[in-house]
Design a protein around this ligand. Structure first.
Ligand SMILES: [Zn+2]
Length: 258
């Protein structure tokens, strides 16, 4: 199960899928990719080894025609694994790590109740740790604190926001992006983050009800069920499950094909 998780696969799998998943992950984590940054090389080597092991395990399992583990999808980790660096491809709009926004996002300005949406063209931060400004198409820049992502639904926490539009974007919310970064650095925060996700799912259910949007409501309820199921998980399992959910959502959103 750990090998499947590492390669982002779900049962059933075949040889072709295992190889394709392994190639995709190794291409991003291979130490040569990070050769310019020595601090990352060691982490990349560890992860590449883990990916190689995972591929070998799964191929051996398929070859031997063994039964897959059933009844549990719990993933055990002996120690937290480093996760691949996700450098955005050059043609993608970079994500502002302070606001969780990127060019093209639709937002609402304070007091957040209007139907009018602004489109983000970028962000600027005055000095390290200073005010972050969100640049808006055809409008004056606005402080990050006075801008909120609009018309979206988060695949991790189920959080969502109006106004009611035909196509709400499916993307990780800024809070989940911040939590992903925290979780990568501080696994011991997994429990606090789980509780925060549950709170965002609750809020998402209420928001979806006020928008009369069944699809957003279904997603928020599904995410609440998911995060509640993690309640009895031990710290390592919880960390792995959260990291897996965040990473899948982030990768889907940040890949150009999404
Ligand atoms: Zn979220």
């Amino acid at each position: 199960m750990r090998a499947l998780w590492l390669l982002g696969l779900a049962l059933p799998v075949d040889v072709r899928e295992v190889n394709a998943a392994w190639r995709g992950r190794v291409a991003r984590t291979h130490p040569d990719v990070h050769a310019s940054e020595p601090s990352k090389v060691a982490a990349a080597e560890t992860l590449t080894r883990a990916l190689n092991d995972a591929k070998d395990t799964l191929l051996a399992w398929i070859e031997a025609d063994l039964e897959w583990p059933t009844g549990t999808t719990t993933v055990r980790f002996d120690e937290p694994d480093p996760w691949p660096e996700r450098e955005p491809a050059p043609h993608e709009a970079p994500i502002c790590l302070r606001s969780g926004l990127r060019a093209g996002d639709r937002v609402r300005r304070w007091p957040y109740d209007g139907l009018e949406l602004s489109v983000v063209t970028g962000t600027e931060t005055d000095t390290p740790g200073g005010t972050t400004w969100v640049l808006l198409a055809g409008e004056q820049a606005e402080r990050m604190e006075r801008v909120r992502l609009a018309a979206f639904s988060c695949p991790v926490c189920g959080g969502c926001s109006g106004p009611d539009v035909d196509e709400a974007s499916l993307r990780p919310c800024p809070e989940c992006l911040v939590d992903l970064r925290r979780l990568e650095r501080r696994p011991e925060e997994a429990d606090r983050i789980r509780r925060a996700i549950e709170a965002r799912a609750e809020a998402g259910i209420a928001t979806a009800q006020s928008l009369l949007d069944g699809r957003l409501g279904d997603r928020a309820r599904e995410r609440r069920r998911w995060v509640r199921r993690l309640l009895p998980a031990g710290p390592d399992d919880l960390h792995a499950a959260l990291l897996g959910a965040f990473s899948r959502a982030f990768e889907r959103w940040s890949s150009p094909a999404a």
